[in-house]
Design a protein around this ligand. Structure first.
Ligand code: PMP
Length: 284
């Protein structure tokens, strides 16, 4: 497996960074995860746009231009045998010898990227779905930035696990659903697809956007609307969406069945639309 680090393609186990990297010391960096189907980058443009937003919001220098990003990532993909992959890329503010919260001027960002096989979601999950619990969202007020500081997300996922669930759906202090620990939330209620609107309380997921576009194209009623715990409890279906898992059906919430306790019809229909969109992209 080959990784890219600051200009070089090297075996992943040989990749090394300085412990004085601000990413390591402070979590001072941003990242992206981009899906690849049949060796073609899927939804590359919106991922690049979000990366540029994250870099601008944190005032970290963008180390490459758009064409440079595409070239680098495609090259990384082509170096590996798997047709379906996911690329992880991370940009930190760079190495600073004096530890100081305030960044020094003119730091050179650290750019790290690697790719791995994107495996299909297991049959067990496709058939039975996953269990989720609701938890208080412990995070900060800029969840729209894809920052590498994921400690609250990790702790919340661990709590979900301790409670016998696979993941958590997060509620902000006002009781509104934000998102999952690494996914966006959709519900289906009376045939309508609903997801919380974009805000600084959640990451604007690319898969979320793809699903909204597919709903529009296929005349499935949808709305971006604030959701609460009672909305989740009254839902016929709940999905958690992300670039590596597409949409996972949640069939149990806080120990109670969601709808009839099985992956729903809208989920199945959307899955088909998504597969078709993927194929169209591959054949383009
Ligand atoms: N929210 C959070 C907190 C995430 O980590 C992710 C996955 N990166 C998402 C939402 C889903 O975003 P996307 O569909 O772009 O992968």
């Amino acid at each position: 497996q080959i990784a890219y680090l600051n200009g070089d393609f090297i075996p992943i186990e040989k990749a090394q960074i300085s412990p004085q990297d601000r990413g390591f010391l402070f979590g001072d960096g941003v990242y992206e995860v981009i899906p690849v189907y049949s060796k073609r980058l899927f939804t590359f443009e919106p991922h690049l746009k979000r990366l540029k937003n994250s870099l601008a919001a944190t005032d970290i220098m963008n180390p490459l231009d758009d064409a440079g990003w595409r070239k680098l990532l495609q090259k990384l993909v082509d170096m590996h045998p798997w047709p379906d992959q996911f690329i992880y890329l991370q940009v930190t503010r760079g190495v600073q010898m004096q530890r100081d919260h305030l960044p020094a001027d003119n730091l050179t960002p650290t750019l790290y990227a690697y790719t791995n096989e994107l495996k299909p979601v297991s049959d067990d999950i496709q058939i039975h779905g996953i269990k989720a619990v609701t938890l208080d969202d412990l995070r900060w007020q800029h969840c729209d930035i894809k920052a590498i500081t994921l400690l609250p997300n990790i702790l919340m996922k661990m709590t979900a696990k301790q409670q016998g669930a696979d993941d958590a759906i997060l509620l902000d202090r006002g009781g509104f659903v934000t998102e999952g620990t690494s996914s966006n939330v959709f519900i289906v209620r009376d045939g309508q697809l609903q997801t919380p609107p974009q805000s600084t309380a959640l990451l604007s997921g690319i898969t979320r956007q793809v699903i909204l576009e597919l709903a529009e194209q296929h005349n499935m009623p949808f709305s971006e609307t604030p959701l609460t715990l009672p909305d989740l409890q009254a839902a016929d279906e709940i999905w958690l969406t992300s670039s590596t898992k597409y949409a996972l059906p949640v069939t149990q919430l806080n120990g109670q069945p969601v709808g009839n306790g099985q992956p729903g019809q809208a989920w199945q229909k959307m899955q088909q639309h998504f597969e078709n969109a993927k194929q169209a992209h591959i054949n383009k």
